[in-house]
Design a protein around this ligand. Structure first.
Ligand code: ADQ
Length: 731
């Protein structure tokens, strides 16, 4: 294309130039001929000499480029002319042009278009030195110029074509030669025959990439959905079985001392732990967390390490010890009185204190050191969890520049205006940008994060790659909606739902036929527990048919009770339950049962399997795993989920009855609809939600992040190799 365009341009320019050259040449030639022939011309310059003059003109016209010649006197009368002199050209027509020249007459030239073609006319004055006797008209055939132009054009086109073909062939030959030698080397080395050292690392990377792509496509066709086994294979194939180090505040197993003095293992009520524990069971590696249990030290070794789950020893838990002051400043203070309310729109003001910030920085440093301590390579895979460790990614990167740091933010990310409330916002952003990948539950939270970066620090947002470039490094910002294991092991080992129901009714001393509503949460103001109980109250107000028949059971794990706002919540929830029970309760009937305690997982599942309705009423929630646990628990395809619009889960579980928890009329109407929903509709809705959670399970969440990390590592490795090769060559 480019060559063709160039050829056309050259052809056009050449034609115009040839024409100009030819005209100038004709004018010069005419002048020369006239001056050379002047003596002979003067000798015969008279009408009576027209015969001799004509012979002389014929002699001049023998020049192949001169078509015809005529001699004109000063008045414009024709004295003589050659045979081919065009009829259309007259001496009288040209004479005025010569006379118009000021001073002595000068040559006049003109191109005329005649039926026989374009002709160039040159009228050259002829004088004896004292006066002008007349002028000689020389006619040049311009078609000659055109013919030459054509020939030149053809030449140019042919030349361009030949040049293009020759260039392309040269390129192909050169490339083939270098490719052949390059691929020859690669093939030799891939077969293990090669000896050129500079190729070896590159070949290994390419070979691994090919293996990985092959295994990925095989896995996709063979396995379909994500499972623990597939996650294990992903780690083995994509990340060469490298050790994973997880960092979170909450530990997955807490050793407490029971009242009878024995040590008991507790599983904390934490969405983060619920999601990550099965991932770590599949991946093995080390989980670094705060050792918060009273019997934690005595059950761990001197380094704070212990193999878990107890009896199975799938992975190592490395406990980090904190003083009371550190815990107060870093955990209760900056994390839970500052960042938690900052990130949730739930009517609680964040408090930011300098001493809390200092503790947060120091504790992040301590945990980052523990992570680096646990890493057994220069480029470990580190999974940093949640808002407690916003600074750790950068600290880890400073110690281990080649680490792949995947950070997941489990709570919402607020809009940039709200985020800018935090006095240390820029430091938090810069800390998080030490990550290779930063994940959120939803695209909205990713966008909010990028807006905050845009507003508060000097970094470039690469919207095409969904990345932030800061300090010469880029961090991918991606949504990875979190989930639960599938199939859920607790659901698999639970009693049939009818038995669970009978057991729960027995435990709570409720009559058979009771309509059962269930809520399961940490006692946190973001979970909308007050609004939930108010909706129950509105239900009983507006739908009297449920009085005496409907009981709502709230499982509420005490949480962060050191903080005043949480203590207040404890109280208001208790007062609300008492008020509703006072209004609608009767002998043997309690509309609200508040079970304020930590429950082990099988117990939670028993309640979820027993429920007619499960109400998740968060005022703002990153995802909310209780909603997904209810779906997993209901293998009988019975029960209805009423779900707050303000959870990440509402974007996935669209067959739930989605409500605004602040709108008590709407929420209570949804509870009534749920309690009267035909069994077929319950089944259809649950079937669809179960299919979704089965597919979008926590192995997929972790697998997708690890696959993205593997791609990143491949790219970085290849880029490193290539730059090594380049610098090696140029050295
Ligand atoms: P959490 O705020 O902890 O998680 P959630 O996702 O609902 O909220 O998980 C709570 C977990 O604790 C569930 O596994 C639940 O079964 C368990 N639990 C709740 N109450 C309990 C009780 N009384 N006894 C025992 N166990 C109880 C944070 C974010 C969420 C996000 C998760 C995961 O706030 O938005 O979904 O992390 O990313």
């Amino acid at each position: 294309m480019v060559l063709a365009g160039l050829a056309l341009l050259a052809e056009h320019t050449l034609a115009a130039t040839t024409q100009r050259w030819f005209e100038r040449d004709a004018a010069l030639r005419a002048d020369l001929v006239a001056s050379v022939a002047r003596p002979a011309l003067l000798a015969h310059w008279a009408p009576r000499e027209s015969g001799a003059l004509r012979d002389l003109l014929e002699t001049i016209a023998r020049d192949e480029r001169i078509t015809a010649v005529a001699a004109c006197d000063a008045d414009g009368s024709m004295l003589a002319r050659t045979d081919l002199f065009p009829e259309a050209v007259s001496c009288s027509g040209l004479a005025p042009h010569l006379r118009q020249q000021s001073g002595t007459p000068a040559q006049y030239t003109e191109v005329v278009e005649l039926p026989e073609g374009p002709l160039h006319l040159s009228a050259v004055p002829v004088g004896d030195g004292t006066r002008t006797l007349g002028f000689l008209v020389l006619v040049h055939d311009l078609s000659l110029a055109e013919r030459r132009g054509d020939a030149a054009r053809k030449f140019v086109l042919v030349a361009f074509f030949i040049l293009a073909v020759a260039g392309a062939m040269l390129g192909v030959v050169a490339r083939r030669m270098s490719w052949r030698s390059w691929t020859f080397e690669l093939r030799r080395l891939a077969r293990g025959e090669g000896h050129r050292p500079e190729f070896r690392p590159l070949v290994r990377d390419v070979q691994e990439l090919v293996d990985r792509l092959r295994s990925e496509s095989e896995q996709r066709t063979e396995h379909g959905s994500w499972t623990a086994e597939r996650l294990r294979q992903t780690l083995a194939f994509h990340l060469r079985g490298e050790k994973v180090v997880v960092l979170s505040n909450r530990e997955p197993y807490i050793h407490e001392r029971a009242p009878d003095g024995r040590v008991a293992v507790l599983h904390p009520a934490s969405g983060l732990v619920t999601a990550l524990e099965p991932v770590m069971r599949a991946c093995s590696g080390t989980w670094v967390a705060h050792g918060s249990g009273a019997a934690d030290r005595e059950t761990a070794d001197a380094k704070g390490r212990i193999a878990v789950p107890p009896g199975k020893n799938d992975f190592t838990l490395r406990r980090v010890w904190l003083t009371r002051d550190e815990e107060r400043g870093y955990y209760y203070g900056f994390s839970n009185e500052g960042l938690w309310p900052l990130c949730h729109i739930a009517d609680a003001r964040p408090s930011f204190r300098k001493e809390d910030w200092d503790a947060y920085v120091a504790v992040n440093e301590r945990f980052a050191n523990a992570v680096c301590d646990e890493a057994d390579a220069e480029d470990p895979i580190v999974l940093v969890q949640d808002y407690h460790f916003a600074l750790a990614p950068r600290m880890i990167r400073e110690r281990l520049p080649r680490a792949t740091v995947l950070t997941f933010w489990h709570v919402p990310w607020p809009n940039s205006e709200r985020f800018s409330i935090c006095p240390w916002g820029p430091e938090l952003l810069e800390g998080l940008l030490g990550s290779s990948i930063l994940g959120f539950h939803t695209q909205l939270h990713c966008n909010n994060f990028c807006d905050a970066v845009d507003r508060l620090i000097e970094a470039r947002i690469d919207r095409e790659r969904h990345a932030v470039v800061f300090g010469g490094r880029s961090t991918l910002i991606r949504p990875y909606p979190i989930s639960i294991e599938w199939p859920d092991q607790t659901a698999l080992s639970s009693s049939p739902p009818a038995e669970c129901r009978a057991q729960v009714l027995r435990e709570l001393d409720l009559p058979a036929g009771t309509l059962l509503g269930v809520g399961v949460d940490r006692l946190d103001y973001t979970k909308g527990i007050e609004e939930r109980l108010l909706a129950v109250e509105r239900l009983l107000e507006r739908h009297p048919q449920f009085r005496g028949r409907f009981t709502f059971v709230q499982l509420a794990a005490p949480s962060r009770t050191v903080i005043e706002r949480y203590r207040r919540l404890n109280q208001t929830v208790e007062e609300l339950a008492a008020r509703i029970n006072g209004r609608f309760g009767a002998a043997g009937y309690r509309p609200v049962v508040l079970l304020r305690a930590h429950h082990e997982r099988p117990e939670v599942f028993r309640y979820l399997r027993a429920a007619d309705v499960c109400y998740v009423s968060s005022l703002h929630d990153g995802m909310n795993l209780v909603a997904k646990e209810f779906v997993a628990a209901r293998d009988d395809e019975r029960g209805v989920l009423v779900l707050s619009h303000f959870t990440g889960a509402a974007r996935e579980l669209t067959e739930a009855l989605i409500v605004n928890p602040y709108d008590l009329d709407q929420a209570s109407a949804a509870l009534a609809t749920g309690l009267t929903m035909p069994v077929e509709e319950q089944r259809d809705r649950l079937r669809s939600m179960r299919a979704l959670v089965a597919e979008f399970n926590v192995y997929r969440w972790a697998g997708r992040m690890l696959e993205d990390a593997a791609r990143l590592r491949d790219r970085e490795r290849l880029a490193g190799r290539l730059s090594e090769l380049r610098t090696g060559r140029s050295a």
